[in-house]
Design a protein. Sequence first.
Length: 124
Amino acid sequence: MPLQMKLGAITLDCPDPPALAAFSQQATGLEPHPKSDADFAALNGEDGLLIGFQRVDAYRAPSWPCQTVPQRLHIYFDVRDDLDDAEARLLGLGASKPGHQPHDEDRARVLTDPTAHPFCLVKR
């Protein structure tokens, strides 16, 4: 019988928690957590899920798609509207688009946040 658990938080390592939280807040519209500071910032997600960003000294950005510095997490975001519009908005906020795109771009795109964490936009 599985444990009765609910995911409560996801935390990303980064060199500048407030900056990555601001990027993520602009991208998702989630509300900043009131106790965010320079070493740990967070956003209040849906259904109580907290998305955190913690300062790591000597942070090494993942090198997706190669694994020289492996990714630690890969997040998927459902896009209800146009993928091209979502991609353009995120690129304008500071995301990047790697040359390697493993999916059909009509249904999914891989981007990286300003600290190189990869994430996917998926048309639902």
